[in-house]
Design a protein around this ligand. Structure first.
Ligand SMILES: Nc1ncnc2c1ncn2[C@@H]1O[C@H](COP(=O)(O)OP(=O)(O)OP(=O)(O)O)[C@@H](O)[C@H]1O
Length: 269
């Protein structure tokens, strides 16, 4: 029922979770992002696409606090401006970031990795042992099922397949209960089956959170994106559904002009 209501809702009816406005980022003299805006709603599965060097990753870096913009704001629903906060404070505000290379502990088991992630969310007092997880908690159990690693809890993370490692890291982020999850090419290097599992996992996560994905694989975007923002040369070029984005001749032009390969939006339709 929840989903059918959502389907009929206009995006304007859905609460806004985060608004980035007028973001400008310079590296030395080079302006990589120029006055970029991005608005996230609850339950968004929002893909950020664009040619190489468009500024997509830089936008994620600004939201999670890794990069500070020259100007602009990133406001959460409570009015907090993330550009004024440190990275760990932004995590506490509910923004989780997954980079391309998984940051898991290869020598620990799946369960141990998840336990560490769960502990990281707790306050120092809790971490001192008031209520330690002695075994798998209900939240961990639910997330282990969600990421499909329920039969691998005792496997060493280093022994997992590439896809499983990525899902483990997503699970570790979910244990921090982010409101916004930022992912950089989550399906890169995966088999077709792993790619589809990842797409379905992201759809499921978006039922409870907002998800932003930087992506080059247009098949993946077409199949799983609810909303697409196209960036070009540091600016917003187009925003809409994948169908709307593909119909825009400017989008075809920036892809055909810069990337005559499998990823080209126009060439795949
Ligand atoms: N730390 C940095 N120092 C200098 N230039 C940088 C830095 N980070 C990014 N850039 C430059 O900023 C521009 C935007 O980079 P960014 O990685 O955000 O683009 P992107 O759209 O994510 O590209 P790709 O799809 O290739 O990953 C590029 O020209 C890049 O070379």
């Amino acid at each position: 029922m929840f989903q059918s209501v959502r389907k009929n809702q206009k995006s304007t009816d859905v609460p806004v979770v985060l608004v980035a406005e007028g973001i400008t980022v310079a590296f030395g003299g080079f302006v990589a992002v120029k006055g970029m805006n991005l608005k996230l709603h609850e339950h968004d599965l929002h893909f950020l696409i664009g040619p190489n060097g468009a500024g997509k990753t830089t936008m994620l870096d600004v939201i999670c606090g890794k990069t500070k913009p020259l100007s602009g704001t990133v406001k959460m629903a409570d009015g907090a401006d993330l550009t004024r906060l440190k990275e760990h404070q932004i995590v506490r505000k509910g923004v989780g970031r997954k980079f391309q290379a998984p940051s898991i502990f290869a020598g620990l088991t799946v369960q141990e990795n998840l336990t560490l992630a769960a502990e990281a969310r707790r306050s120092p007092l809790q971490a001192l042992g008031i209520q330690r997880y002695s075994k798998i908690s209900p939240a961990m159990e639910r997330i282990t099922l969600q990421i499909g690693l329920q039969d691998r809890v005792n496997a060493r993370a280093g022994a997992l397949s590439h896809g499983e490692k990525q899902w483990l890291e997503i699970g570790m982020l979910l244990l921090q209960e982010p409101r916004v999850l930022l992912l950089d090419e989550p399906a890169a290097g995966m088999t077709d089956e792993e790619t589809h599992k990842t797409g379905r996992l992201l759809q499921e996560i978006a039922r409870e959170r907002s998800v932003v994905v930087v992506e080059h694989d247009m098949e993946f975007v077409r199949e799983y994106a609810a909303k697409v923002t196209v960036m070009h040369e540091g600016k917003l070029l187009k925003e809409g559904t994948m169908a709307e984005v593909q119909e825009d001749p400017r989008v075809a032009e920036v892809y055909l002009g810069k990337r005559r390969d499998d990823h080209a939006v126009a060439a795949t339709n």
